[in-house]
Design a protein around this ligand. Sequence first.
Ligand SMILES: Cc1cc2nc3c(=O)[nH]c(=O)nc-3n(C[C@H](O)[C@H](O)[C@H](O)COP(=O)(O)OP(=O)(O)OC[C@H]3O[C@@H](n4cnc5c(N)ncnc54)[C@H](O)[C@@H]3O)c2cc1C
Length: 387
Amino acid sequence: MWFQLTEEERMIQKTARDFARKDLAAVVEEANENGIFQDEIYKKLGELGFLGMTVPEKYGGVDFGYFCLILALEEISRVCASTAVVLSVQNSLVNGILMKSGSEELRAKYLPRLVTGEILGAYALTESEAGSDVAAIRTSAARKGDEYILNGTKIFISTGDKAGVIFVIARTDPDDRSGGLSAFLVEPGFPGFSIGKTEHKMGLNASTTVELVFEDCRVPAGNMVGEEGKGMRIAFEGLDGGRIGIGAQSLGIAQAALDEAVLFARERKQFNTRILDFQSTRWKIADMAMNIDAARLLVYRAAKLRDQGLPCPKEAAMAKLFASQTANRAVYDSMQIHGGVGYTKEFRIERLFRDARVMEIYEGTSEIQRLVISRKIIKEYEQMFPA
Ligand SMILES: Cc1cc2nc3c(=O)[nH]c(=O)nc-3n(C[C@H](O)[C@H](O)[C@H](O)COP(=O)(O)OP(=O)(O)OC[C@H]3O[C@@H](n4cnc5c(N)ncnc54)[C@H](O)[C@@H]3O)c2cc1C
């Protein structure tokens, strides 16, 4: 186990930190308050290489790997979690799935435009009757000549209205619950595709979350990702990477909550004493810092395993579960340290509090992470101690 970042890793972390504290910080409050999606920010992130972190140079990426991606995600999320979710979906899910399961033709067609930010990517799994239960997906895909015809509605899709390419899971076999799903790449210009309602959310308001509607939507057969019937496996492999990304996004929020707590408590006085000097404040600060460090180690481990090409569903689930809980505990305690002003929009902790909540919900709820972890642990015990 290592504890030091290499020079290259430190350089990437610093580049992300500088960008977040300068370019992003300049627009973040207005963007989140007024629900503005910052198109220009993604162009700049593309120029810096942050939209192609795991993509080989052959397709225009920088190929620094997952570990460097999560270093960058934490720094971006520390300033704006909305920007981090766009970055995480694009790198971990869309680019990651294309690299693992996409044909050479699909990689060459989409990756060079994704990595520059010319287009953004989205990942569409969820439906009204299929949230945690992915096998309940109803959106259908029927082969007709050299096309598939998609019908159905996806909900809660991050960046769905801004994306130039969307990874979609649809049902190619109505009789096979989990083996009947296949993966496609859909462009918004394909006939029969439209954007439905936009969600008005509690947080992450500088990112968009929308419904996607497929009405006899014609998708070239060549835009199927992997083989027919392998959609569920492909989508879940992508989610292992995605969950590490949400772990890093949670770390950024948790770290920002700690930053705000210490800076506030240093200034505010009651009973002629700095809030920082009350023992109850110090305990909260110690617990926050300890949990953030533990979460960081879990996220780092999962990313390193991913970089080594090793399967890591349990480690990714542990990283996401622990980091997202840590983020929610940290914003709660930080707001408590702020007192009443923390509940107002004057202070950044109010936005962090709202942004943190969904970390325990999307890309698999905390309950689903516990299912993934416990299933793997029980299997390990069955192998160690066969009945
Ligand atoms: C802001 C936002 C952005 C999102 N972005 C995307 C996106 O880009 N792409 C996408 O495809 N989806 C996206 N989602 C959807 C998200 O992934 C789902 O909301 C999530 O997976 C949970 O599904 P659900 O909302 O249907 O809840 P449900 O599955 O209905 O769960 C409700 C409750 O029941 C619990 N539960 C369900 N099944 C079990 C079980 N077997 N055991 C124990 N408890 C269980 C859950 O943990 C939860 O507490 C997004 C959601 C939000 C809010």
